[in-house]
Design a protein. Structure first.
Length: 309
C-alpha cells in the first residue's frame, strides 16, 4: 500500500513538472502595444515663445576651434567667484592660442595651458575659494524631478541647469551630467581658478559632485569636443604637441558684435512645457517603444536648446 501511494504521488509530480515545462515552452503572448504619446519633438513644436529664454551675453562664452564654435553658458548663481574669474580670464584673452590638452575615453575633454614649467601668465586671480555647493536660497527657483536619485535627496533643474540638493544642509550643487563644465584642480580644494576647464563627454561621473566646482554647461558644440581623439597618456592627456587642438579665439558673447553672435535659446525649466518634455521622455509612447519605464534620470532629462536664425 505504501509503495502504491508513493508511485501515485511520484506520477502526479511528474505530470505537474511536465505541465510546467510545457507552459514555459509555450510562446509568450505579444506585449500590448503602447498607445501613441506626444514626443519630445512634438512638445518643442507646440511650445510658445514664453517657454524659452535667450542666453545672457554676459554669461555666455564663445570658444572658437578650427572646426567650429563651442557655446558655453556660465552659472554664476552656483559659482559666482569662479564665473567672475573665468570672465576676467576670457577678457584678458588668456585662453587664445591655448589648447585642448586631454580627452579621456568616456569621461572628459579638458582645455588650458599644457606647459607646467613655463605657464602662460594671467592677471586674473590665481586662487579662488572652492565653490562645490551653494546655499539653496541663493540659486533661484528649483523644479524638482519626482523620480529620485542615487547621489542626492532631491534633484531637478534651476534655470536650465541640472541640480542636486540636500534640504537638511540647505545646500545645492550642479550635477556632473554630460555637457557640464567643471574647473580642473589639484589636490587642494582651492586650487581650481578656472584657467583649466573640462566638459563631461561620457557617462555622468556623479561621484565628482561636491568635489569639484561646476561652473556651467555647453549648450552648443558638444560634437566638436566629444570627437576629439583619445589621449594615450595618463588620464587621457596628449603626449605630443601635435595632438592638441588649438583654441583660436575665446570671447564673452557680450564683447562680440551683435551680428556675429550665436542666437541660442534654452527652454525654461520652470515652465509647464518643460514638464511635458520630461514626461515625454519618462513615458515614451508607441509604436516604436514597447515598454514605458515610468522613470527618468536627472542626466537624461532633456533640456532643449534651439538656435534662432
Amino acid at each position: 500500500m505504501f509503495a502504491a501511494r508513493t508511485t501515485i504521488r511520484l506520477a502526479a509530480a511528474a505530470l505537474a513538472w511536465l505541465a510546467a515545462g510545457a507552459a514555459c515552452a509555450a510562446p509568450a503572448k505579444a506585449a500590448q502595444e503602447l498607445p501613441p504619446k506626444a514626443s519630445l519633438a512634438d512638445v518643442i513644436k507646440a511650445s510658445k515663445p514664453s517657454d524659452w529664454r535667450p542666453l545672457d551675453p554676459e554669461n555666455t562664452i564663445y570658444m572658437d576651434l578650427p572646426t567650429g564654435r563651442v557655446v558655453i553658458e556660465l552659472a554664476p548663481g552656483f559659482a559666482p567667484r569662479t564665473a567672475a574669474n573665468i570672465r576676467a580670464l576670457v577678457r584678458e584673452k588668456y585662453f587664445d592660442d591655448l589648447f585642448i590638452i586631454r580627452s579621456q575615453d568616456g569621461f572628459v575633454v579638458q582645455w588650458g595651458d599644457p606647459d607646467e614649467e613655463k605657464p602662460k601668465p594671467f592677471k586674473a586671480a590665481k586662487t579662488i575659494q572652492a565653490e562645490f555647493t551653494a546655499p539653496m536660497a541663493s540659486v533661484g527657483g528649483f523644479t524638482r524631478l519626482k523620480d529620485g536619485d542615487v547621489y542626492a535627496p532631491q534633484v531637478g533643474h534651476v534655470n536650465g541647469f541640472p541640480v542636486a540638493r540636500d534640504p537638511s544642509s540647505g545646500r545645492a550643487w550642479l550635477a556632473h551630467c554630460p555637457a557640464m563644465v567643471g574647473v580642473a584642480r589639484d589636490t587642494g580644494a582651492d586650487t581650481g581658478n578656472g584657467s583649466q576647464l573640462y566638459v563631461v563627454t561620457g557617462h555622468a561621473p556623479r561621484h565628482l559632485d561636491r568635489n569639484i566646482t561646476v561652473v556651467g554647461r555647453v549648450v552648443s558644440g558638444m560634437p566638436l569636443l566629444s570627437v576629439q581623439p583619445r589621449g594615450l597618456g595618463a588620464a587621457g592627456f596628449y603626449e605630443k604637441p601635435e595632438q592638441r587642438m588649438p583654441l583660436r579665439l575665446v570671447r564673452m558673447a557680450a564683447d562680440v558684435p551683435e551680428a556675429e553672435r550665436s542666437r541660442f535659446e534654452v527652454m525654461r525649466t520652470d515652465s509647464a512645457t518643460y514638464q511635458a518634455a520630461v514626461e515625454a521622455q519618462r513615458n515614451r509612447g508607441g509604436p516604436w517603444a514597447k515598454f514605458a519605464t515610468g522613470k527618468i534620470d536627472l542626466c537624461n532629462a532633456p533640456i532643449p536648446v534651439r538656435e534662432q536664425k
